[in-house]
Ligand binder design. Sequence first.
Ligand code: SF4
Ligand code: SF4
Length: 424
Amino acid sequence: MLAHEPELLNQLKKCVRCGQCRSVCPVFAVLGKESAAPRGKVFLTEMLHKEKLPLSEEMAGQLTACLLCEACSQECPSGIPVHRYVSIARSHLAKKGYYKFKRQLFGKLWPRTRFLSLAGELLKAYQHLGIRSLARGLGLTRLLPGSLGQAEAVLTTVPRQRARQLLPTVTPAQGEKRGRVYYFLGCATDMLFPHIAQATVKALSQQGFEVVISPELNCCGMPQLGNGARDTAVSLAARVLEQIETAGAQWVVSDCASCGAALKEYPQLLAGTELAATARTWAERTREVTAFLAEQGLREITASSTLPLTVTIHDPCHLARGLKQKAALRLFLQQLPGVEVREMAQADRCCGGAGTFFATNYQLSQTILAEKVANIRQSGAQVVVTPCPGCILQISHGLRQQGLPVLVKHPVELLTSLSPRDYK
Ligand code: SF4
Ligand code: SF4
């Protein structure tokens, strides 16, 4: 299984079975059994590689019970990237005929732009024509397979227009031009949160950056990496790099930490191919948008303008451990007048959303989410900020369920709520 990954194969041997990874794993904290622990998954990978265990549905299920949150990989004293093994093992099982539905959805259908557009339109019709209310009222959502009937409640209302229908391909810089950025506009922001895409473009433009987007929706490959379709992720990565190369930009920014983290994975994903060097170049030049603005320095904001807000931060896993840009997010917030940050406990612990995890492991996901909501409540903040559409969906769902009147925002929205006269 790891024959083409000599480095990973070598690292596998470094597991000393110390169990330190278990202390940070949200899944192990809930399930409490060794097969759910990162160490158990490393062992499973080793057995799979050595073909010492027969493949089974039980094994496929054990591998599904992982958020790919990278907490274990960061914690491991031997530097073992446990989450990568899980991703590779899932792809291995998928190739052997497991995860059929996911492989079909993420490997074959999702990469097709027309499929995603059609899915968005159907979802919109389902919600806007009252079918959702009717289906819920009649209890028909319970007939959806697995936990999809419950997970359906996590989804926000799909806006009538996608971000790409609202934004030009090129938005000029305001004032003195500081550079040109390629804004990677991912699937979730495009279809579910066009107002965040608009805020991202507005903020970058106001800060002096010309913004280029691709008119064509192209997934970053993260859902494929998580759902057993690594080969599809490779071809998506090649397509994304081609779009970036033709944009003539100096940096890539994204308002979705997961899309950004996917780009950071490209060098590893495309190692040994002719795109390896290109992947490395752009991985180094990829930033989450608020981290990018903090790094570049915000234009001076007058002391008179204030946003009287208490804010707590939820660090998406892909911001904290994928991009490693959580310090930059704090630096960004410090520069907004009137924003008081109240750190919640375990701000960078996974919220349980984890891409599609909330849909495939709804109950487990909700137990993990409950802890996050308790920490938000404890912070006493008015607003939770998090630069990830998936986390926004999941946390909003948790807050709704608990009846907690706390807003969930992308941090870039705080900057665009300032008006032009607030700048010197
Ligand atoms: S994966 Fe790392 S932290 Fe976990 S048991 Fe092995 S060596 Fe220890
Ligand atoms: S990636 Fe996260 S959920 Fe998966 S084993 Fe590691 S700590 Fe646990």
